[in-house]
Design a protein around this ligand. Structure first.
Ligand SMILES: O=P(O)(O)OC[C@H]1O[C@@H](O)[C@H](O)[C@@H](O)[C@@H]1O
Length: 274
């Protein structure tokens, strides 16, 4: 079976999901172009992390644990649990469960379910985590969204004012004072920001028009803002492509949810192109 799932809602919105990684790769709202960046140098396959779309980070963010960087979900093959086309939408549900291979990296029985629904100018993504084992576990999670832009240096993010953050580049804590956070041309940025507003607004100030993505969060307490800048050394990213995306990743990092056996945790992002 092919790794790619194509979704199309009756109003023309489209998406592509990859079972490898359980990853949304492409989203085109009705009447609009591609909203997600995907690196042309990205590789896909067992054990590989694809650079682009929306990788699922679970159960560990970055190197904040003893397991694989950004967790075990983005490098595994997920299963298609369900797909449907309604009168006004299309949806797919992907699942990942523990197996002998995941248990070697993280010794817990879990179920992950990613639901992707599209309709018109709106994309909904829901991540559910279930404890299927006999002992409690804690985790971190994120939807590591690579939003495609023409020029990252023309992007501003609103909704972070007065929020605390941790700068992952310097290791220092800070507070975002201004209403608009502007990305600086070519400079890397890597911050975990706590308690963002909902919706967050990602605004691209183009020559002739302004593009706005409103990102509502439900259940995610943090957000990561990341762009590697012009001197990145990422082998799976063309050197100039730092300009082509901004990662705004709804996340649960600071307060790790604890799940007792049988319990479930659910969080959502709802993205609207205005
Ligand atoms: O190269 P990776 O493992 O996909 O990570 C990409 C980036 O992911 C972000 O979430 C982190 O904040 C960055 O520190 C990291 O560089």
């Amino acid at each position: 079976m092919s790794d790619l799932i194509q979704l199309r809602s009756p109003d023309g919105a489209r998406a592509t999901l990859s079972l490898q990684g359980g990853q949304l790769l492409s989203w085109q709202p009705a009447g609009a172009g591609e909203q997600l960046y995907h690196s042309p140098l990205s590789r896909s396959g067992p054990g590989l992390a694809q650079r682009g779309g929306v990788p699922v980070i679970f159960p560990q963010f970055a190197a904040q644990g003893v397991g694989p960087r950004h967790g075990i979900a983005r490098t595994r093959r997920w299963a298609l649990a369900h797909r449907d086309q309604g009168r006004q939408d299309a949806l797919a549900v992907l699942r990942l469960q523990d197996d002998a291979d995941t248990l070697r990296d993280w010794p817990h029985a879990f179920g992950l379910e990613l639901t992707v629904r599209l309709s018109g100018a709106v994309l909904e993504m829901e991540l559910a985590v279930e404890n299927r084992g006999e002992s409690r576990f804690e985790f971190q999670a994120a939807l590591h969204s690579y939003w495609a832009v023409e020029d990252a240096a023309r992007v501003v993010v609103e909704g972070l004012q007065d929020r605390r953050y941790m700068d992952s580049l310097s290791g220092l804590d800070g507070v975002q004072h201004s209403h608009r956070l502007e990305l600086l041309s070519g400079k890397p940025i890597d911050r975990i920001i706590y308690g963002p507003a909902s919706p967050l607004r990602l605004i691209e100030l183009g020559e002739t028009q302004t593009r706005r993505l409103h990102i509502e969060t439900e259940g995610f307490d943090d957000v990561v803002l990341w762009n590697p800048g012009s001197e990145h050394g990422l082998a799976d990213l063309p050197l100039a492509d730092w300009q082509r995306f901004v990662c705004l990743e709804l996340a649960q990092i600071e307060h790790r949810p604890v799940l007792e056996p049988g319990e479930e945790w659910v969080a959502r992002q709802t993205v609207r192109l205005l």
